[in-house]
Write a protein that binds this ligand. Structure first.
Ligand code: AMP
Ligand code: ZN
Length: 458
């Protein structure tokens, strides 16, 4: 099946066609670096990674950008509050973003552009919009005139009746116009840049538009973000680029649903957040990654310990299965057969991860039955190895290098011998209690046709 993606522009699944044959360009809106990122943010970033890996699985080379917003009201608030410089605040959270992305096995992006490195280009972009009469200066700020963009309202139907005119900014000509450059106010302190319109700073919508113009000549294949960014952020990005470049900014727009906490969006400003590093410490990166990928990206996922525990059991099952295969998984060639096609089709059907996981687990169950009966043949082994490698090329939760590298402690070895003796005496009660003891020491025992088998718990 060829790759299909749900495009927010048409509200339909569409067959993916890249602009150039082999290379796909993607852009995802990245973090605002004023605080530690939470697991909700990483739901979206792991979704970007999923898209990247599925594109690669389909043979595309990918060129990916995820920006870092290091100019923002909330950052300025923290600078004022903590009496630190902008750089001191943002570099700390920027490093944390990169480190946690690595911990969660998110493939590095080709570019992670920062707003502070783009101020000059943003100023000349705003000047271009003014020269073409798409924008106007008011009180030293610059606004985009939305009525100059024929296609405005790509993602929503705005009814003027629904607009709240009570809170209107008197500097705007029309309530729907959006700011491109914000003039300096006292609370900005010493954070400002000089511009032809006075001192101030670029606005958020300007940032992504200019980065896409600079890195990708104003045209990409796929733009992604959390669903909260569809309007106004993505609408406003499109408006600026499309009026100037006279082409679609992006052919496909993909939006990930939110991770929620008791049905409410997890967000830094609400404070209902779960810290990513402590979650990785408690469960391991593999469980957290599987948890984030276990729901389809277009459905809401609710944070739950129960679901994390289920994912922990699932990763243990996958690891136990993988340990059956002593061949070097790393060096196996990916030659797909029918068993693998269903898995690939599920991912090509708008990145349907829950279905792909289900298909992989059905395969594991079928092979486990054969293993228990000692009837697994060479072709099954080959298919299993290929499936493990294929699965991991997307989900990346198995550490192939470490699968067999566990030293069995003496206490566990002795217990295993005692258990063997109790089984020979058919003392099942004792044998079960020894199994429990072994489990409490971090190991599983499986009784197979060829005897007891010991596996390290995750
Ligand atoms: P921010 O740091 O708030 O600018 O957000 C960075 C990215 O995380 C954006 O693409 C947001 O849409 C996304 N995001 C924020 N909160 C959540 C959440 N609770 N669930 C999923 N994605 C989120
Ligand atoms: Zn953006």
């Amino acid at each position: 099946m060829s790759l299909k993606l749900y495009n927010s522009l048409s509200s339909k699944k569409e067959i993916f066609k890249s602009i150039s044959d082999k290379r796909v360009k993607t852009y995802g809106c990245g973090p605002t670096v004023y605080n530690h990122l939470h697991i909700g943010n990483y739901r979206t970033f792991v979704f970007y990674d999923l898209l990247n890996r599925v594109l690669q699985m389909n043979g595309y080379e990918t060129e990916t950008a995820v920006n870092i917003t290091d100019i923002d009201d909330k950052i300025i608030d923290r600078v004022n509050h903590e009496k630190l410089s902008l750089k001191e605040i943002t570099s700390k959270y920027e490093s944390s973003f990169i480190e946690l992305s690595e911990s969660l096995k998110i493939l590095p992006n080709s570019y992670n552009p920062k707003a502070t490195d783009y101020v000059e280009l943003m100023i000349s972009h705003i000047q271009d919009l003014l020269n073409e009469d798409f924008a106007y200066v008011s009180n030293e700020s610059v606004y985009f005139s939305v009525d100059k963009d024929q296609s405005y309202e790509r993602f929503v139907n705005l009814k003027k009746d629904d607009m709240d005119f009570s809170d209107v900014n008197p500097d705007k000509k029309f309530i729907g116009d959006f700011v491109l450059w914000k003039s300096w106010t006292e609370k900005d302190g010493n954070i400002f840049w000089d511009s032809p319109w006075g001192k101030g700073r670029p606005a958020w919508h300007t940032e992504c538009a200019v980065m896409i113009k600079d890195l990708f000549n104003g045209q990409i294949d796929i733009h992604c973000g959390g669903v909260d960014l569809k309007f106004p952020h993505h609408e406003n990005e499109c408006a600026q680029v499309e009026v100037l470049c006279k082409n679609f900014l992006s052919n496909y727009w993909l939006h990930a649903e939110h991770l929620t906490m008791d049905d409410i969006k997890m967000s830094k400003s609400l404070g209902n957040v779960i810290n990513v590093s402590s979650l990785i410490e408690d469960y391991g990166y593999d469980v957290v990654r599987l948890f984030l990928l276990s729901a389809h990206y277009r459905t809401k996922v609710s944070f739950s310990q129960k679901k994390l525990e289920e994912c922990k059991k699932m990763t243990e099952k996958i690891n136990r299965f993988a340990k059956n295969f002593t061949s070097d998984i790393k060096s196996i060639d990916l030659k797909f057969s029918n068993e693998h096609d269903l898995f690939i089709d599920a991912l090509n059907d708008d990145l349907n991860t829950p279905e792909a996981i289900g298909i992989f687990f059905s395969f594991i169950s079928e092979m486990n039955k054969k293993i228990a009966k000692n009837s697994i043949n060479d072709s099954d082994k080959e298919k299993s190895l290929v499936f493990l490698k294929l699965f991991n090329s997307i989900f990346d939760i198995l550490d192939f290098g470490n699968l067999h590298n566990h030293k069995i402690p003496k206490e566990v070895q002795d217990l295993l011998v005692s258990r063997q003796e109790s089984r020979e005496k058919q003392d099942w009660k004792l044998s079960d209690s020894i199994r429990d003891k072994i489990e409490s020491l971090g190991w599983y025992v499986e009784d197979t046709a060829s005897g007891q088998k010991l596996l390290k718990k995750k």
